[in-house]
Design a protein around this ligand. Structure first.
Ligand code: ZN
Length: 84
């Protein structure tokens, strides 16, 4: 990218705020670009997504990610307890 070139801009799909590339949260998902100016807007989207999608449809994927993070937490807590 050349200096002085106008950076890509994104528009928050939740509140409409425009923000430059490198800020906010931009997730390319299939042919969609999910752009959020803040984690608060991303959280709003996530909450709505989960509340509006039947558990039968995405439950197992949500559970997979949930367990992934729980496992990670357990590992971190194990390391911490060993240090003490
Ligand atoms: Zn926003």
């Amino acid at each position: 990218m050349k200096l002085g070139m106008v950076k890509n801009k994104y528009k928050c799909i939740v509140c409409g705020r425009v923000f430059p590339e490198g800020q906010g949260i931009v997730i390319k998902y299939g042919n969609l670009i999910l752009s959020f100016h803040s984690s608060r807007c991303a959280a709003k989207f996530l909450k709505r997504l989960l509340e509006n999608t039947p558990y039968e449809d995405i439950g197992r994927y949500v559970k997979d990610v949930y367990e992934e993070f729980i496992e990670q937490l357990k590992k971190i807590e194990e390391i911490k307890s060993k240090k003490i």
